[in-house]
Design a protein around this ligand. Sequence first.
Ligand code: KG4
Ligand code: ZN
Length: 389
Amino acid sequence: MRILAIETSCDETALALLECSGSIESPVIKAISQALYSQVKEHAPFGGVFPALAKREHVKNIVPLFLECLEKGQMLKKGSTELSEEKLATIKTMLDHERGLFEQFKEHIVPLERPAIDAVAVTRGPGLEPALWVGVNFAKALSYLWDMPIVPTNHMEGHIASVLVNEGASQIAYPALALLASGGHTELVLIDKPLSYRRIGQTRDDAVGEAFDKVARLLGLPYPGGPQISKLAAGVRAKELPPSDIKFPRPMVNSDDYDFSYAGLKTAVLYKIQELGELTDELKERIAYEFEEAATDVLISKTKKALEAHGAQVLIVGGGVIANVYLRERLTNLAAEAGVILMLPTRELSTDNAIMIGAAAYLHLASGESYQPYSPTSTALEADGTLRL
Ligand code: KG4
Ligand code: ZN
């Protein structure tokens, strides 16, 4: 079956076409094409994602990206769809909240031939609500226009499902444990069977990606800070310098649960910077390195504890922070020591994308759940910024 997937939960506008088959136990999930625009440059001056700006950028880019995605998938054909005035008026009402979106939709999408797509998947949450709504309303309009079932999807489930993409007949053995680490989340999720998620730990304050971004800002590095910190830290490792006396705490590393806390670590970095005064490049590298060590140690130690306590056979990881090379290395070692299979998405699939959203939607479709085309009178579908697994 062919799925069109849409993701606008944060600062990436992403669309993808997938070809999926197989059972929920052994799905075959392949990306046919994708189109993605990252708004990093737009948000950089603000040092973080600015919701109103994210929404505006999604509105500006979603139609061109949709066309690009169809074109790449060789599914873009001009047609002669007859559309009633009434149906067009309904679509206008559905897109009214996104200024200018209806006009683009009418000009570029309405005249297309209906592509052979079996379902449209869209991120419903969690994320920034103004941003989520753009994808949700766009997906509703497409679903209504072309009579395609719409599958509302959880972004975090998408990060989990990202490990199933392009792996041929890859399978998850249960119970599995998922570590999700991104700019908005730090969670450990136990998966006893397909589609059954139980969150056993989470951050009590900042997410780990947020801590990377905040520490980067303290060091005067551009947003997003994760990759910058990672680069500096890698420099220190390559030089094999003697240990320094800069050391940071590992918050909650010995606590009797699977929760995390990153606000205190960030504050410790702030105090250290204030104490040091003028920061040389060498000191900045050192701080980045020591911070990355501390942040990673806690992730690894809690994950290890959860793997052991729950007898997990598989460790699934996902979220933007998983793009971190050092963390990937530590996770690989952890899995080898613990004797579990590590399912690690490629770096491109670790950060936000639409392929993972299509993958999560397929799991639900493959399980036999039924989804209908969007109808303004009978479908309730809303973006939900705080949606949980
Ligand atoms: O999953 P994601 O793309 O978006 C959210 O849903 O939040 O994650 C973005 C987060 C940012 O905080 C970014 O700094 C972090 O992932 N990140 C990294 C790296 N690449 C991205 N953190 C550490 N090391 C990296 N290489
Ligand atoms: Zn994400």
